[in-house]
Design a protein around this ligand. Sequence first.
Ligand code: IDP
Ligand code: MG
Length: 129
Amino acid sequence: MCKPDAVERGLVGEIVSRIERKGLVIKEMDMRIPSVALAEAHYEEHADKPFYRELVDFLTRGPVVAMVIEGPDGNTFSLMRMLIGKTNVDDAQPGSIRGDFATITNENLVHGSDAHESAVREIALWFPA
Ligand code: IDP
Ligand code: MG
């Protein structure tokens, strides 16, 4: 998902281009402003963290571009996490999306599922059948 900061900064094309150039396939794509309920459910694993409210406010402040990305096997989440880069901007390597374009951890441009099971859960939230 391209988060609101990516849309605001005009980086959606850059991000989508990197996914395509990697050889991954975009199966679904939808731009929308998420409801608070959707953002809360999306980040429910962080509900007890001090930054949870800030995170939900951030994700709902403007349009995001939600995508379903498919690769050749069950490790697409892992390939995406490599493209995206580490969560903390101090650790995100140049060559990754965060490493190349993000300067603050709170606004790190992209969300990527952290496991195959997370992807299944999140796809059901964002693209209900
Ligand atoms: P991820 O996006 O790399 O999976 P998570 O640990 O799942 O990272 O955290 C979700 C998002 O919450 C991060 O992408 C970042 O935007 C934000 N975040 C993580 N840690 C902090 C923090 O300590 N303060 C504020 N925001 C944070
Ligand atoms: Mg995460």
